[in-house]
Design a protein around this ligand. Structure first.
Ligand code: ZN
Ligand code: FE
Length: 255
């Protein structure tokens, strides 16, 4: 694989990622919850940070930017539509843009909902999408700024990517997401099998992120609001998909 991905645990339960080209030596950091762990990961591999991609404005995704910029001179890249709330950007991206990294396409998807202006970055050559607090392992971000309709639309874009895509999301919330998912689909055999895997990983101190999109489609209740079985399960058999999604999100907020 010409592009290598490294998962970096940060703070108490955040993930940042390094994306490294073995051909050009360029290295991008996706989100900067803090500077120390990314700098250690770079030093350990002898990589030089060339850019930082920001998914959204929350502090737990940007607080390390100033120190990383100071230490490495990396250029900062993020959403044009949210530039006012992000650290100063060297390059601004818009929905539908294709950005070039180390000779590879990076597709920019607006995935507003958790915040307005949240972006996801899809890198076909790495078989990966960086979703932060939009689509998460067995979950999705809380709707702090957007509407259920907006988030459902955002998740639908991510759901349409190839099934083998790695979902590189922003937090280790998977075990508690699993407990909630069981309340929506207690009989889903794929969910039951996945929960056993999650328990093993967490018991061994291993991350559950990245996950695989096809498994999210089979088990993540927030991607399954359009299914008759899920609609029936929340007693909304004839409701619109986005309304069912909104009900599932509301239940999670109160879980
Ligand atoms: Zn966030
Ligand atoms: Fe976050």
């Amino acid at each position: 694989m010409p592009l290598e991905i490294v998962t970096i645990p940060c703070l108490s339960d955040n993930y940042a990622f390094l994306l490294h080209s073995t051909q050009t030596g360029e290295t991008a950091l996706i989100d900067a919850p803090e500077a120390g762990p990314p700098l250690a990961a770079l030093a350990h591999r002898g990589w030089k940070l060339t850019e930082i991609w920001l998914t959204h404005h929350h502090w737990d995704h940007i607080d390390g930017v100033a120190e990383l910029k100071e230490a490495t001179g990396a250029k900062i890249i993020g959403a044009a539509s949210d530039a006012a709330r992000l650290p100063p950007l060297n390059h601004a991206l818009s929905n539908g843009d294709t950005y070039q990294f180390a000779g590879h396409d990076v597709q920019v998807l607006d995935v507003s909902g958790h915040t307005v202006g949240h972006i996801a970055l899809y890198v076909p050559a790495a078989n990966a999408v960086f979703t932060a607090d939009s689509l998460m392992a067995l979950g999705c971000g809380r709707l702090f700024e957007g509407t259920p309709e907006q988030m459902w639309h955002s998740l639908s874009k991510l759901a349409a990517l190839p099934g083998e895509t790695l979902v590189c999301s922003g937090h280790e919330y998977t075990a508690s997401n699993a407990s909630f998912a069981l309340t929506i689909e207690p009989q889903n055999p794929d969910l039951l099998a996945r929960i056993a895997d999650i328990e093993q990983l967490r018991a061994a101190g291993q991350p559950t992120v990245p996950s695989i999109l096809s498994l999210e489609l089979a088990t993540n209740p927030f991607l399954r609001a359009h299914l008759d079985t899920v609609k029936a399960g929340v007693a909304m058999p004839t409701a619109e998909d986005a309304a069912v999604f909104g009900e599932i999100r509301r239940r999670k907020d109160a879980f």
